[in-house]
Design a protein around this ligand. Structure first.
Ligand SMILES: Nc1ncnc2c1ncn2[C@@H]1O[C@H](COP(=O)(O)OP(=O)(O)OP(=O)(O)O)[C@@H](O)[C@H]1O
Length: 230
């Protein structure tokens, strides 16, 4: 099967040629196939978030290439990248990145706005996703009124509302207790059964040792030190 995402000889340097230059990723090559569930692990500062942001077309490499479904995306201008992010990726961040003073429903509708659908259709789509995560009763509440676990579910609902093929999650269990982590793993497992590709950066053994994870890529100092199926 041809790879969904291919990165080749990727380097990422922050503050290049400045005294505080950081080489965050060194010569990374990786192929991810559609339907895979991959955990990116490694100590703090090893480059996990940087790699996720490159895989998710959120930033550009200093050198090297990124291909999505065979299309070279690493050199595309931002307006094309924004469209690719909207249509192909769902992002779940550690800090949720939700609008705290805005309702749950509006937060989840947000990724649909650029699609130019009518408000009624967007509301229906968002409502269906909220129902799936048992959040329909709180859809009028402001995000700041919810617990951490509820906010995490809203963040996942928002990541999925535009039906992306690829889910990118950065430390998704950082603020969850073990019970909620289990629920999250169940949600991710269901999504994978539907064919979604999932890439998760995590320190959490409950995630990277779970049967959901098919492959573990370990980073140290910006390099891949291990890449194994499990
Ligand atoms: N925007 C930035 N500007 C400068 N340096 C950065 C930036 N983002 C990350 N870095 C540096 O790049 C290196 C890799 O950081 P990254 O956040 O990718 O690691 P990580 O493995 O995700 O860490 P953590 O587990 O703590 O989130 C670190 O040395 C970090 O300080």
């Amino acid at each position: 099967m041809s790879p969904l995402l291919t990165i080749t000889n990727l380097n990422k340097i922050y503050h290049r040629h400045q005294p505080d230059e950081v080489i965050a990723l060194r010569d990374i090559s990786l192929k991810i196939t559609a339907g895979e569930v991959v955990a990116l692990t490694g100590p703090s500062g090893s480059g996990k978030t940087t790699l996720l942001s490159l895989l998710g077309c959120m930033s550009k490499p200093t050198s090297g290439s990124i291909q999505l479904r065979g299309r070279l995306v690493s050199k595309l201008p931002e307006r094309f990248l924004a469209q690719i992010r909207r249509t192909s990726f769902g992002f779940v961040f550690q800090q949720y990145n939700l609008l705290r003073d805005v309702s749950v429903l509006e937060n989840v509708m947000l990724p649909l706005y650029p699609s130019n659908q009518s408000f009624r259709v967007m509301k229906k789509t968002a409502g269906a996703v909220l129902e799936r995560f048992e959040l329909q009763k709180m859809m009028r509440k402001k995000v700041k009124q919810l617990s951490g676990g509820e906010q995490q579910r809203v963040a996942i609902a928002r990541a999925l509302v535009a039906n992306p093929d690829i889910i990118i999650a950065d430390e998704p269990t950082a603020h969850l207790d073990s019970n909620l982590s289990e629920i999250l793993l169940g949600i991710l497992a269901n999504l994978n059964t539907e064919g979604k590709t999932i890439i998760i950066a995590t320190h959490d053994p409950a995630i990277y040792q779970s049967p959901l994870i098919q492959r573990r890529v370990s980073l140290r100092h910006g390099e891949i030190v291990e890449d194994k199926n499990q």
